[in-house]
Design a binder for this molecule. Sequence first.
Ligand code: G3P
Ligand code: CA
Length: 262
Amino acid sequence: MVEGSARRVVNIAHRGASGHAPEHTLAAYDLALEMGADFLEQDLHITSDGAFVAIHDATLQRTTGRPDLVRETRLEDIRKLDAGSWFNEAYPERARAGFSGLRVPAMDEIFDRYGKSTKYYVEVKDPHLFPGVEQSFVDLLRESGMMGHAREGGVRVQSFDPESLARFQAIEPGLVLVRLFSFIQDKGIISDEMAETATYAAGIGPDKFNVDDVVVSSAHDHGLFVNPFTVDTEAEMSDLIESGADGIFTNFPDRLAALAAR
Ligand code: G3P
Ligand code: CA
């Protein structure tokens, strides 16, 4: 599936509009939608009592100040933490009083809030640590009434772990799967790698430093869309669009929307 042939580049808000608001908070997601994002990205970890929560790191340290692992903490305890004040301290020029006290959102809460009015680009982190996590996420899609939306492309599932993606495919073949690449080691094997990826995925999400005309054309030749991460300057966005990227993960969805509007 190659998208964006008319150069309509898909705008993926990386952790929400996380250049403007604390990552993975409802404020960051709300702002991303106001700024024209097509997809809200979620990184998911699983709490000790089995809830999916949107947070990038395995520990709560960076965004809440609590040193514990997410997977060793109960949802009700995570919900008491302040996941917004760190942003005001780190980025005083972008600070807002309303960011203080923002919570780590659970994925079912996110689905409840936005429903089918937007699209989601979900990454379950460390799937090897959670046997059965793929089935649990598919169950969540069903319980949240989002399976139809997912089958229509409204919930993409991305992973660096091809075995996890293969398990998703086996459980629910209708899901749109995206293989992430932090690096592509050997340019000589790109075509083989893309051919293998196309057996289960609809697209690839390469680190932007991997993307060139060879990678894009090979992916497209195998029917895969290309969504590089994480791209925040207009110059880089323009270069990647020129190279044929179909969508872009960005912390600044407003910049990509402005570029696309020209
Ligand atoms: O999912 C694309 C990109 O977000 C992967 O890197 O570390 O930000 O999850 P990371
Ligand atoms: Ca991610």
